[in-house]
Design a protein around this ligand. Structure first.
Ligand code: PRX
Length: 631
């Protein structure tokens, strides 16, 4: 540990052993950043050249504010880079994917060659159903190898996947299927959680009732003992579909700007936003950051604990690590089942060297005490990563000491569904400042500004923005160009992230939290409006307002204020019923922890509910200016 002085206060930095910098792919941060600044296009071209292109690009970048094209007219396929490229080289029999069941007993292992074959076979199955380039395919599955295989199979043939996290309920799922106009939905009969199987198929059945674009439902049947029924012409068994098809499916030639996937993320309105990512720029962005931010090396065993259903899983379970040729561990587990030692046991067993997880998990382990991790040998770890919400200094220190044994650097990576790749972190070898994500990575220009786009003074809070386009930036919001433009129009010339942040004199950026109406609960973004509209869809509810309440473990919990319709008296039973209603509509992740019945809600004269006032009251602080409120 090193102490050095900031202008005002003592600041604690943690400096990793110099060997980290010396042996890293990225080398010296300052040098890499100035190489980028000198010639951004040459910087990105040098990275893109390491990947396979069927034919090269004509221009690296075309920037017509607020639309960017990258690697213009370049032709490639991301799965060629994640699979074929490795088979041609020395990774044919290297382990690509290890899957663990939740108790740590069940295991499935795929070499690059095996994964290639499975992906091709399923891709041919999709073709048999008439899926062609540009068709949308919804994937609603638990964390099992077939989830990854399904994603890659879509990308192989140019179909656009829209993965929906398996914890969402029927209505949230329906909205996403309809939004994307999915032709095919891929699911499994069940997910496993805490020793129990949770049926999934009935959720899908309900979700596709009003989804006219859906032609087929592909069901992976895991419970071989008592297989779930497959009905009629529309439903097909996952492996039945793969019977009698070839293991060979050439990768579709994709333009760099063709869509790779849509991923829905909660917005500030009730409707989720379908974030659109394209093949070329996204591929270069996730390849670059996996290799240079995580420093993924040939011998690493890499474990990102996120579900592939979130952006973290898309970029850093599937596409990033496979494009680099890494060995990936995935697991369908709950961190404390069958006991809170399961993660540490897996790290010991597989010799995991890079662990990428979320502050909410770290805080949970902190609470359970160090006895659990101390039972296992964590000596294989060399790099720790964090993502999803601010890593508070206490959690940083615990992670650093108890898990990393004061040896492993922590990369606290700030980024978003919209950015596709890491944007801010402390690059390997640089001094780490607890509580601060770090600085713009080479390739990115982030800053903290006021509403006019002027940088704010060090130490003061402002809006986090990105000032230059980057390859893996979202290209649009699906079927909502206006919403896309809004990201770039709120602050002159900048991409508005939606987070508040502070930049210190040392250049480090601390992300404080969202500046809009999103609540981050256990690392998941929940739109207040989504929960509110779920509540008002209940017959007893007149109006609802939802706020995030700081929580030491989950970051935030959801509290809902509800006014009732006449004839529906308030009761504890009704509270439970409303919580259950949100659970089945949106899924367990969006469930309020608390419901308060109110006679009325604070509103502006134009009738907009002012959540800020409710939040201030809840926290016991001054609500600020309330002069615009309706009496
Ligand atoms: O508020 C920031 C927070 O998560 C938001 C993005 O959420 P999502 O699109 O779901 O992607 C999550 C995984 C990339 C951001 O606007 N966030 C993400 N990473 C961090 C963070 N806040 C602080 N520190 C981070 N490292």
């Amino acid at each position: 540990m090193e102490k050095s002085a900031d202008t005002k206060k003592e600041v604690k930095y943690y400096t990793p052993d110099p060997s980290y910098r010396q042996n890293s792919w990225i080398g010296d941060y300052g040098r890499a950043y100035s190489e980028f600044e000198k010639d951004p296009e040459a910087f990105w071209a040098k990275i893109a050249e390491k990947l396979h292109w069927f034919s090269g690009w004509e221009r690296v970048r075309e920037w017509n504010f607020p639309h960017a094209k990258w690697f213009v007219n370049g032709k490639t396929n991301i799965t060629y880079n994640c699979l074929d490229r490795h088979l041609l080289g020395e990774r044919r029999n290297k382990v690509a994917l290890i899957w663990k069941g939740e108790t740590g007993e069940e295991e499935r292992v795929f070499t690059y060659r095996q994964l290639y074959r499975e992906v091709n076979r399923f891709a041919n199955g999709l073709k048999k159903l008439g899926v062609v380039k540009g068709d949308r395919v919804c994937i609603y599955m638990p964390v099992i190898p077939e989830q990854v295989i399904a994603m890659l199979a879509c990308a192989r043939i140019g179909a656009v996947h829209s993965v929906v996290f398996g914890g969402y309920g029927a209505s949230a799922l329906n909205q996403r299927i309809v939004g994307a106009g999915a032709k095919i939905v891929i699911t499994a009969d069940m997910a496993v959680r805490r020793g129990k199987s949770t049926p999934l198929k009935h959720v899908i059945e309900e979700a596709i009732i009003n989804a006219p674009t859906v032609e087929h439902l592909i069901v992976l049947r895991r419970e071989l003992g008592r297989p779930v029924e497959i009905h009629g012409e529309m439903e097909i068994d996952f492996y039945e579909l793969c019977k009698d098809v070839s293991y060979d499916c050439p990768a579709e030639v994709m333009d760099a700007e063709d869509t790779l996937f849509i991923l829905y993320t909660s917005g500030t309105t009730g409707t989720p936003k379908g974030i659109v990512h394209t093949v070329g720029g996204y591929m270069v962005g996730v390849y670059y950051t996996t290799k240079y931010i995580f420093d993924l090396k040939e011998s690493d065993v890499y474990w990102c604990t996120a579900d592939p259903g979130w952006i973290t899983g898309h970029s850093y379970v599937v596409y990033g690590p496979l494009s680099v040729g890494g060995t990936i561990l995935i697991s369908e587990n709950t961190p404390d089942y069958p006991d809170p030692g399961i993660w540490w046991k897996m790290i010991e067993e597989y010799g995991v060297s890079i662990l990428y997880t979320a502050p909410t998990a770290i805080r949970m382990f902190m609470k359970l005490g160090r006895d659990w991790p101390d039972k296992y040998n964590l000596g294989s770890l060399r790099i720790l990563g964090s993502v999803g919400e601010p890593l508070n200094p206490e959690a940083f220190e615990w992670f650093y000491e108890v898990i990393g044994k004061k040896r492993c650097p922590i990369v606290d990576t700030w980024w978003q569904t919209e950015t596709g790749m890491h944007m801010i972190t402390t690059v390997l070898g640089e001094p780490m400042r607890p509580g601060f994500a770090g600085k713009s990575i080479p390739g990115v220009v982030a800053d903290v500004v006021d509403k006019d786009g002027k940088p704010v003074e060090p130490g003061r809070s402002g809006f986090l923005v990105i000032k230059e386009p980057w390859p893996s930036m979202m290209r649009t919001v699906y079927n909502n160009e206006e919403r896309y433009r809004r990201y770039w129009e709120m602050i002159p010339g900048c991409y508005m992230v939606g987070d508040l942040a502070i930049k210190e004199t040392d250049g480090n950026i601390m992300v404080i939290g969202r500046s809009d109406d999103l609540i981050i609960v256990s690392g998941h973004n929940i739109g207040t409006a989504e929960v509110e509209s779920a509540l008002v869809s209940h017959k007893a509810v007149a109006e609802a307002a939802v706020i995030g309440k700081p929580d030491p473990l989950k970051g935030n919990t959801i509290k809902a204020f509800v006014t009732l319709r006449v004839g529906h008296p308030a009761s504890d039973k009704l509270k439970n019923e409303l919580i259950y209603h949100v659970r089945i509509t949106l899924g367990p992740i969006a469930m309020p922890s608390e419901i308060e019945f109110a006679d009325s809600l604070p509103k502006t004269r134009s009738g907009k509910i002012v959540r800020r006032v409710l939040k201030a009251r809840e926290m016991g602080v001054d609500p600020g200016d309330i002069s615009t409120l309706d009496e």
